[in-house]
Design a protein. Structure first.
Length: 125
């Protein structure tokens, strides 16, 4: 039944539960510290309150898929395709690969790494 609703667009993947995610083992606390600073959260507010306010868990305290993508040490261990891959190809025939990178970890770190890689490839030095 859940798959039916998800396929019809009534349940979004990021809102689904990730039952096997553990805060103690899988949550990237160091990255969350960086996130807090970048987001401008007060140091007086504890992580549990921020997690609750951002609705990263359901009503039973189970982490949602979206929060796993953003804050898991290795989201790929939960979702096979939770990586960004960039490939640089020489010429137009798409045969000669000159660079191939795959990034894992929290989604924003993947994004920032891939964006930096792309800028390095596209902007001449």
């Amino acid at each position: 039944m859940r798959d039916f609703f998800q396929q019809s667009g009534r349940i979004y993947f990021d809102e689904g539960d990730c039952d096997n995610f553990s805060y103690e083992q899988d949550f990237d606390k160091e990255y969350f510290k960086e996130f807090r600073i970048q987001a401008g959260f007060s140091s007086a507010t504890d992580n549990v309150q921020i997690i609750k306010n951002l609705k990263l868990t359901n009503d039973n305290g189970v982490y949602k898929n979206g929060s796993v993508l953003f804050f898991a040490k290795q989201a790929k261990s939960f979702f096979d395709k939770a990586v960004i891959r960039c490939v640089a190809i020489e010429g137009i025939d798409k045969v000669n690969i000159i660079d191939d990178k795959i990034w894992g970890g929290p989604l924003m770190q993947q994004y920032n790494s891939a964006l930096s890689w792309l800028k390095n490839k596209l902007i001449p030095n």
